[in-house]
Ligand binder design. Structure first.
Ligand code: SAH
Ligand code: SF4
Length: 380
């Protein structure tokens, strides 16, 4: 399913592509940087904010570009530490972006470390049986401009909460690509977006503070390993043997562990950084001692960090998280072998839980909006 916007999003343009488009409009080369400076450094919200551009040019730009392709429709502060931004795209698709604040000793929440969890697709095609994002399948890929727009919306939100010096760029510390969708299935748009976020003319956000989470698209992991920017990689393993993984993640049929593990190793070696193995604990599915031992061996072999995530129940799905004792018993097998492991408990305080809860309750969310309107026709 393809969606073609009527005008390109300004937030999807690189300095080169924008300069090229401006040249076609008969504008000098310096305009590109000038405009991007307004967008990313000064956070201009309208064309008329860009006061050093001639008025006639502002009008031409407004006709040629979509300044912000994602509108904030709801800001839900679910718990004290997470903030969910519900964004509506031009085709009326809804996506969520989450701000997770990690409380730190002695500082208020406004000054805590902030991790932003972003989406890359509307829905997901991978069909993992435990995941709500994939329940309705894939609606469409996000454009690069829609991915970047999520971070700008977060900047607007955070700038309003804690006014910052104009020279300060991003108002958050980490980006995790763990929201709705399989990021590596939308590779080109993702990479364009991350380059824009990383560039000095963009948000100037360091690649090493960006973690991409994948369900294990082996060829794309290998492609990512060759990129010049050193993003961090997290792999959703969720099964330490093919037998268990295959039951819950259909992708394991195409890329079983015998293919996935070497790809992870290649990535880790290429970037000299620990990869994270994510492992949701689901009662009676993957929480046995045998799975813990198999995971331990894989993690040791790959020199990987393991992130254990107690499953968050999803309405309509029967899966459950194991009890605390069983979670602890699983983690202990890894710790005993000196594997670096985190086991998150506090629900709301947990990055993965918050992201894992990026549930596509699109229609319920829409119904909850002030002045709710009926759902839009599907995009074809
Ligand atoms: N598609 C990518 C990134 C988005 S999913 C991936 O699968 O890695 C982000 C993380 O949330 C993944 O590790 C995913 O397995 C996890 N997740 C999905 N549903 C969850 C649930 N109900 N409880 C906890 N984590 C969940
Ligand atoms: Fe898609 Fe990730 Fe959910 Fe699997 S876990 S269905 S890959 S979003």
């Amino acid at each position: 399913m393809k969606y073609t916007p009527d005008r390109p999003a300004l937030t999807g343009e690189t300095l080169d592509s924008l300069t090229e488009r401006l040249r076609a409009l008969g504008e000098p080369a310096f305009r590109g940087r000038q405009i991007l400076d307004w967008v990313y450094k000064k956070r201009a919200r309208t064309w008329d904010d860009m006061t050093n551009l001639p008025k006639a040019l502002r009008q031409r730009l407004a006709d040629s570009f979509d300044l912000m392709p994602a509108a904030l429709v709801l800001n839900r502060q679910s718990e004290d530490v997470t903030d969910k931004l519900l964004l509506e795209l031009r085709d009326r698709s809804l996506i969520e972006t989450v701000i997770i604040r990690a409380p730190q000793e002695g500082v208020g929440l406004d000054h805590s470390r902030k991790t932003i969890c972003i989406s890359t697709q509307v829905g997901c095609a991978m069909g993992c049986v435990f995941c709500a994002s994939g329940l309705a399948g894939l609606k469409r890929d996000l454009h690069a401009g829609e991915i970047v727009a999520q971070l700008l919306q977060v900047c607007y939100r955070e700038d309003a909460r804690t006014p910052r010096a104009r020279t300060e760029l991003a108002s958050f510390d980490n980006i995790v690509v763990m929201g709705m969708g399989e990021p590596l299935a939308n590779y080109d748009a993702l990479l364009t977006a991350l380059r824009i976020l990383n560039a000095d003319w963009g948000l100037g956000f360091g690649a090493r503070r960006i973690t991409i989470s994948t369900s294990g698209l082996v060829p794309k992991i290998l492609q990512l390993a060759e990129e010049d920017l050193g993003f961090r990689l997290a792999v959703s393993l969720h099964g330490a043997t093919d037998e268990v993984r295959e039951k819950i993640m259909p992708i394991n049929r195409a890329y079983p562990l015998a293919k996935l593990v070497p790809a992870i190793r290649t990535f880790a070696e290429r970037h000299g950084r620990m990869v994270t193995l994510e492992f949701i604990l689901i009662e009676d599915v993957n929480d046995s001692l045998e799975q813990a031992e198999a995971l331990r061996d894989l993690a040791r072999d790959l020199h990987a960090h393991v992130n254990l995530i107690p499953y968050n129940s999803v309405a309509g799905l029967a899966w459950r998280r194991p009890g605390l004792a069983r979670q602890e018993r699983f983690a202990q097998v890894l710790r005993a072998a000196r594997v670096s492991v985190t086991l998150r408990r506090e629900k709301g305080h947990d990055i993965d839980a918050a992201c894992g809860q990026l549930r596509l309750r699109t229609e319920q969310d829409r119904a909850a909006l002030p002045g709710a309107t009926p759902p839009a026709a599907p995009v074809v």
